[in-house]
Design a protein around this ligand. Structure first.
Ligand SMILES: [Zn+2]
Length: 283
């Protein structure tokens, strides 16, 4: 089935692919960092995950009843490190890295925005670490919630092979006080989607990039109507507040943003538009 999606691309398949999709890599430079956005899966999303949107409004924003849904991960090289931000399902990420000449053992840091399955699925297989030399960094609130409070078996299994190589941090405010996790990479709080949901701010030679994890899932409606949350949000009200705070930061400071569920190239600028925002994809 063919259908038009937001970016003007055409998809021939509605199936979620376990393998690299085309186009599957977008490359960007932030000062001395080379950033590769890696598409893990691309499929037709269901707008029914949106909370509090009337059928009339859904029909207005999604006339064909669907949107381009992606799961993305990011590879960052620079500052003496090879870093992966989120690991997708553990599928196409490894093929995409191979195409870029990067082996799993080259990665020395895995940063997690949060612990949902589409972000931690590439950490381990059969109890073995898939990034054998990497340390894993995540917010303490996130680890505590999924590993201790929710006692989530998938979250425990994801971190288990890394043992003492798991490092937690306390994310700070986006505008100031966000701790530097690795040289040029800061961790800022965007709690709500999950209790420790974190966005990472890269800075090098005066240039910035904000990798915002799951601040947004359905860009066709969440840029213009940023109050709209989704059923995956642990706390939909807090998620909306974090979304607006981070969007406002990106606009005021003209910082490019990138997201795990934005459509290819999944990186671009945010502009104010009416009561909400508009996304201008990078080229
Ligand atoms: Zn996600």
């Amino acid at each position: 089935m063919k259908f038009q999606i937001l970016g003007g691309l055409f998809l021939a398949s509605m199936a979620v692919s376990a393998f690299a999709v085309d186009p599957s890599v977008f490359t960007w430079k932030t000062g001395g960092f080379e950033v590769n956005m890696l598409v893990e899966t691309r499929s037709a999303g269901r707008p029914s995950i949106l909370l509090g949107v009337s059928p009339e409004r859904l029909a207005e924003y999604f006339p064909d009843g669907t949107y381009q849904s992606e799961v993305n991960t990011f590879l960052i090289r620079g500052g003496g490190h090879t870093v992966v931000v989120d690991t997708g399902f553990g599928g196409a990420i490894f093929e995409n890295m191979r195409q870029l000449g990067v082996r799993p053992e080259d990665v020395d840091a895995v940063l997690l925005t949060h612990m949902h399955g589409d972000h931690i699925g590439g950490l381990q297989k059969d109890g073995k670490s898939l990034f054998p030399r990497a340390k894993v960094y995540l917010a303490k609130q996130e680890r505590d919630y999924w590993v201790d409070t929710a006692a989530n078996a998938g979250a425990r299994a994801a971190l288990a092979p890394y043992g003492s190589k798991v490092e937690t941090f306390l994310p700070g405010a986006i505008g100031g006080g966000a701790p530097e996790i690795l040289p040029g990479i800061r961790a800022a709080a965007a709690f709500g989607h999950t209790p420790g949901h974190t966005v990472f701010l890269l800075e090098s030679n005066g240039e910035k990039l904000l990798i915002w994890g799951d601040l947004m899932h359905v860009q066709g409606i969440q840029f213009p109507l940023p109050d709209t949350s989704v059923s995956y949000d642990t706390d939909p009200v807090a998620a909306a507040a974090a979304r607006k705070q981070i969007l406002d930061y990106a606009v005021r400071n003209k910082v490019p943003v990138a997201g795990m569920h934005l459509a290819y190239p999944a990186l671009g600028m945010v502009e104010a538009a009416g009561a909400g925002y508009r996304f201008v994809p990078a080229k």
